[in-house]
Design a protein around this ligand. Structure first.
Ligand SMILES: *Cc1c(COP(=O)(O)O)cnc(C)c1O
Length: 364
């Protein structure tokens, strides 16, 4: 029985991609790689909805987060982090590591941000140079509205940096239309790939900031990626197999169309919500307009021992389900649906949960 990843990243890699991953390597300084890199970049622009360049880094998503900070800012720069969960906290940690002057707006887990709070911060701190936000907060399932934030920030001098690592593809996204300056994504979330690649889109406003940034950087120096891209290359040896597979994955995604993917995921998410409630779990987010489509966070209400349930599913059925993060470590399950699951896959999961419940009752 192959592993089923009901986790919010990575997801299961489709067979079509696995076949591609097993193929011969090509060389990254040769013309065949160049044409693939140009093709992939064009397709990435369609996914991000931008005319700007999208850089490909060999890294997980966190590397991309760190790269945005070291390339766009300098020590003591004033920035604002809109913190709605575990990944918002990560931005605060990285900004603090590089000794930026970090202002934060902290919200309870399960809440979204308020635009008025952001406006108030700009009144208090008019020199804020950048605003960081998580599009889909994977720790809580909240989908933050980027469009209204971009509309406001467009009227300021600040850059808008968006972590859409778990947001991209499974939710609508519009880099140019929403006035985003730097957007981050990574291969193991919506892109049907294993971990290893990260993607960074940069607006002209962001590119203008590159020469001003004085933080140390070497491997993640965006200017090098932009310069090498003109030759159809990456500055250092890229994860060639993943780039080749990305080409195939992007064809699959764009052929299907992102709006279709978003709708299908939404229906699947609603089906998971319905079935999880039937077996006694409580939805963590109630407001439909705030829900993302890649994870269904549920509270256990003391009716389940989360650790035992997770171990039971993994050991007996080879199914991985995520626990909560942070303070919800022992009271939340996060059913990830990044993989291409059907309602029948969900039914199987639910049946195993029912089986677990029956066994635990007999134990007591
Ligand atoms: C997965 C994820 C990340 C990055 O995690 P890595 O393990 O470094 O790939 C960052 N932000 C969000 C919102 C994520 O879901």
């Amino acid at each position: 029985m192959s592993k089923k990843l009901f986790t919010p990243g990575p997801g299961n890699v489709p067979q079509l991609i696995r076949v591609q991953l097993a193929k011969d390597l090509i060389h990254h300084r040769m013309s065949d790689y160049r044409s693939i890199l140009f093709n992939v970049s064009d397709k990435l622009k369609k996914v991000f909805k931008t005319n700007s360049d999208v850089l490909i880094l060999t890294s997980s998503g966190t590397g991309a987060m760190e790269s945005s900070i070291v390339n766009l800012f300098s020590k003591n720069d004033e920035v604002l982090v809109i913190n709605t969960g575990f990944f918002g906290e990560r931005f605060i940690e990285i900004c603090s590591t590089y000794e930026l002057n970090v202002h934060t707006l902290n919200y309870n887990w399960g809440e979204t941000y308020q635009l008025q709070d952001v406006k108030d911060m700009f009144i208090k701190f008019p020199h804020i140079k950048g605003v960081f936000i998580t599009h889909h907060e994977t720790s809580t399932g909240i989908l933050n509205n980027i469009e209204i934030l971009g509309e406001y920030l467009h009227t300021t001098n600040a850059l808008l940096i968006v972590d859409s690592i778990s947001g991209m593809i499974n939710h609508l996204f519009d880099f140019d239309g929403w006035h985003i300056d730097c957007a981050l994504a990574s291969s193991q979330k919506g892109f049907l790939l294993p971990p290893g690649l990260a993607f960074v889109a940069l607006s002209e406003k962001a590119k203008d900031m590159l020469p001003q940034s004085k933080l140390p950087k070497y491997y993640f120096d965006y200017q090098k990626y932009l310069d090498y891209y003109k030759k159809g290359q990456n500055p250092y040896t890229p994860a060639i197999s993943l780039v080749l597979a990305l080409d195939v994955a992007l064809d699959t995604i764009l052929d299907k169309q992102i709006t279709t993917i978003v709708n299908e995921k939404k229906l699947l998410r609603q089906y998971v919500e319905k079935r999880m409630q039937e077996v006694g779990f409580e939805l963590f987010i109630k407001d439909e307009s705030l829900k993302g489509n890649v994870v269904v966070p549920v509270l256990t209400n003391d009716s389940y021992d989360v650790d035992k349930l997770v171990a039971f599913l993994d050991n007996r059925y080879n199914i991985s389900v995520s626990k909560g993060q942070g303070k919800f470590l022992n009271s939340m399950l996060r059913i990830g649906i990044l993989s291409e699951f059907t309602n029948e896959d969900i039914d199987d999961l639910i049946n195993h949960i029912i089986e677990f419940k029956a066994i635990s009752i007999n134990d007591n």
